[in-house]
Design a protein around this ligand. Structure first.
Ligand SMILES: Cc1cc2nc3c(=O)[nH]c(=O)nc-3n(C[C@H](O)[C@H](O)[C@H](O)COP(=O)(O)OP(=O)(O)OC[C@H]3O[C@@H](n4cnc5c(N)ncnc54)[C@H](O)[C@@H]3O)c2cc1C
Length: 468
């Protein structure tokens, strides 16, 4: 079969992996290590998908790096309990359990492949107090480079610019291969690892409507190959879908289309009634949800002293800086007024409420502690005119949650609760692992690799047993 690149695929494969992100490359490597012949089809001209753009953080329990930093006692059981509680048990326990159990061993597998995780990169990600976030040296880009190096070294074939458009099944719905436009490739098993659907507006409307409430504010930060193809390919052969309206939205004033994760500590956030409703230092994993529950938007309030002194203290705050704030105020994007009451009226808040909120906050700032919301970091008094207010919304789509239902062996489950023979899925295309609250940094990349590896092993075993 001539590939879209002109490469002639003159043979069948045991396992065909759709997508070359963290999940797809892990699946391909583990399938090859299990003795299967493997082909990866990648729709874009570069490997790596959103995984390459990501921080590559890996959320795991019981790792050797945790041990080095003194977290000797973290276990998969503790991780499971935290994960389930955070999501009020509204996730699929068998899939979560498998992720928690294999997060440590799979993390070690990745390190053995050459990915470096230093002790200083271990941190309590998300809402957890236990350091389970692991930051790799070189981020997602380096993880992909290393996995891609193993792919090449192991002689695993890949075709780029090869968008899979259909799964081929026999009369008993057993997987036989895939179509890439007019071309076909045959195989014993398929792993769908096509990532999320943040780049597909239609699917966002139908499967993540919450992300579209903010209208034009919404934008997707991931790779353009994230069109939800896996979800549609799986659904077309009877796969069932879970995780509707789940995902991760980061909060932004919309200054620019750049990643913003944290708010500077010198501002306060108030709701439409003019009162604070959360700590401004709340983890990014929950802040979007907190603002959603306040009607979908909030206002960041600060004063002239804060504006003048505003400097970026991390790359994710690069736009909360003095000259940008001045420019945005001149443009009218940020409202500016000489007293709090006028500012409140200009942005549609109750003046007395905003004044009372600021007075209480200033008293706490004098005492050096946030007695109401326990905000971390320095509290900066809001006293010097002019005063500023700007609307912020959970609008940056970082990751999408709806997708194919799998079991603990990464089999895609059909609507009759049975595995579709020969069809496996891993990564962001899976819909029954994540709940309403993103667990924390590494909570998507980690399971992409865990289930990628499982899917590769299972697909290899399924396909090679068909050859017997
Ligand atoms: C900026 C950013 C930072 C992030 N940081 C983190 C982090 O630090 N930790 C964390 O846990 N999560 C993070 N995430 C989320 C995480 O990176 C992703 O959820 C995860 O990497 C997805 O991996 P994947 O292999 O499932 O998909 P991807 O990496 O997106 O790979 C899917 C691949 O499939 C290809 N494809 C799609 N359709 C087809 C088709 N029909 N045929 C062939 N190929 C196809 C795509 O082109 C793509 O290359 C971040 C996301 C972004 C955008």
């Amino acid at each position: 079969m001539p590939s879209p690149q002109g490469v002639v695929l003159d043979r069948d494969y045991d396992v065909l992996v759709i997508g070359s992100g963290a999940a797809g490359l892990s699946a391909a490597i583990s399938a090859a290590d299990s003795g299967a012949t493997v082909l990866i089809c990648e729709s874009e001209q570069v490997v790596g998908g959103s995984s390459r753009l990501s921080g590559g953080h890996f959320y795991a329990a019981g790792t050797s790096v945790q041990e080095k930093v003194g977290t000797y006692d973290d276990t998969p059981d503790d991780m499971y309990e935290h994960y389930m509680t955070l999501n009020q048990w509204m996730v699929d326990p068998r899939v979560v359990r498998k992720y928690c159990d294999l997060s440590g061993p799979t993390f070690e597998w990745l390190m053995n492949l050459g990915v470096e995780f230093l002790p200083e990169g271990v941190y309590p990600s998300g809402v957890s107090s236990i350091p389970r976030g692991h930051q790799p040296t070189g981020g997602g880009q380096e993880v992909i480079n290393i996995l891609e190096g193993h792919r090449s070294h192991k002689g695993i074939d890949i075709v780029l610019d090869a968008r899979v458009t259909e799964l081929i099944v026999d009369s008993e719905n057993r997987i036989q291969g895939v179509s890439i436009g007019k071309d076909k490739a045959f195989c014993g098993a398929v792993v769908i690892a096509t990532g999320g659907f943040g780049a597909n507006e239609k699917l966002l409307q139908s499967h993540y409507p919450k992300s579209q409430v903010v209208g034009d504010w919404s934008w997707y930060i991931g790779a353009k190959g994230a069109r939800g193809d896996g979800l549609l390919l799986g659904e077309a052969v009877g796969g069932s879908i879970d995780g509707r309206d789940r995902g991760l939205l980061l909060v932004t004033p919309g200054f620019s289309q750049d990643l913003e994760v944290l708010f500077p500590s010198w501002l306060i956030l108030v709701n439409k009634e003019g009162r604070r409703f959360a700590s401004e230092s709340s983890p990014y994993t929950v802040l979007g949800g907190l603002i959603e529950s306040q009607g979908g938007s909030a206002y960041a309030i600060f004063d002239e002293t804060a504006r003048i002194n505003a400097k970026p203290n991390s790359s994710s705050q690069a736009y909360w800086v003095s000259d940008v704030l001045e420019k945005k105020a001149e443009e009218g994007f940020i409202k500016r007024a000489n007293n709090i009451e006028t500012l409140a009226k200009d942005i549609g808040l109750e003046p007395k409420a905003l004044r009372g909120t600021i007075e209480n906050y200033n008293k706490d700032a004098d005492l050096g502690r946030d007695s109401h919301f326990f905000k971390e970091g320095a509290l900066t008094k809001i006293t010097t005119p002019p005063f500023y207010g700007v609307e912020v919304k959970p609008a940056i789509i970082c990751w999408t949650g709806a997708g194919l239902r799998i079991d603990e062996k990464a089999n895609v489950i059909d609507k009759a609760e049975k595995p579709i023979p020969g069809l496996f899925a891993a990564g962001e295309t899976v819909g029954n692992l994540h709940g309403d609250r993103y667990v924390g940094g590494g909570g998507s990349f980690g399971p992409a690799i865990v289930f990628g590896k499982i899917a590769g092993e299972q697909a290899a075993s399924f396909a090679t047993s068909r050859n017997d």
